[in-house]
Design a protein around this ligand. Structure first.
Ligand code: HEC
Length: 222
């Protein structure tokens, strides 16, 4: 041993430790002490403190966690008045999506077209000129000879985008026609005024139901 005189808890009160007391009691109760476990009595105060903490946390969360709903206490949420008004989308952005979904297949990403087949929209006098002509081309389509920047095109027809055509999925409304035209009149260095849905409505009213325009007809329109 370490040389210190052994103090015997059976005769020396001050030498009694928790272990020696437990040991003694277990002996008295006829049980065997569990040597390996090294029991420590948890101070009762900590038990109370932990219980109080659990109670407090539970009460706090119940009161303030908003049932964990994502919409509660979102300090970044935008205030909304009257609820479900659909946000107005920028016609340029809508038009760009439409161009990239549809027109791009023929007129190409840069609006440069394909020589001899699909005329360019970039720098085209039909695109940046009179909206009355541009609207007619997209709503009713175009066939036959057309001259763009001095080049003749007549190899294919421009589809009808604003009319019900059997086998065609288009039949776009006035907003869509206006948006795509607003976009092509603004892209690739083109710089012409936006076209509004009201412009398109007025032209449809004036022209009525019909199919592809020709260059000669368009030239009658100012
Ligand atoms: C299937 C191929 C095709 C698609 C898709 C198409 N076009 Fe065309 N477009 C043509 C052809 C072909 C012509 C020339 C028609 C002719 O020769 O008479 C033309 C002509 C035009 C013209 C007049 C000529 C010019 O180059 O300025 C405009 C404006 C035009 N298209 C805009 C559009 C827009 C906007 C879209 C998308 C909404 C679109 N086109 C989608 C094939 C297409």
């Amino acid at each position: 041993m370490n040389g210190k005189p052994q103090r015997d808890p059976r005769v020396d009160q001050a030498a009694a430790t928790d272990e020696s007391l437990l040991d003694a009691h277990e002996r008295l109760l006829g049980r065997h002490p569990d040597d390996g476990a090294r029991y420590r009595l948890l101070p009762i105060g900590i038990l109370f403190a932990l219980s109080a903490l659990v109670l407090f946390s539970g009460t706090y969360l119940n009161r303030y966690a908003g049932h964990y709903s994502a919409s509660i206490y979102n300090e970044n949420a935008k205030p909304s008045i009257g609820g479900a008004a659909a946000p107005k989308m920028d016609p340029l952005a809508v038009g760009e999506i439409q161009f990239k979904n549809v027109c791009i297949t023929c007129h190409q990403a840069g609006g440069q077209g394909i020589p001899g087949t699909y005329p360019p929209l970039a720098g085209s006098e039909w695109v940046t000129g009179s909206p009355a002509r541009a609207v007619r081309i997209v709503v009713y389509g175009l066939k036959g000879d057309v001259h763009v920047q001095g080049h003749l095109f007549n190899a294919a027809a421009m589809p009808v985008f604003g009319q019900q055509v059997t086998g065609s999925v288009y039949n776009w409304n006035d907003e869509r026609i206006a948006a795509v035209l607003t976009y092509v009149r603004h892209a690739w260095g083109n710089n012409a005024d936006p076209v509004s849905a009201d412009d398109v409505t007025a032209i449809r009213k004036a022209v009525g139901d019909r199919r592809e325009m020709t260059e000669a007809e368009l030239e009658q329109v100012k």
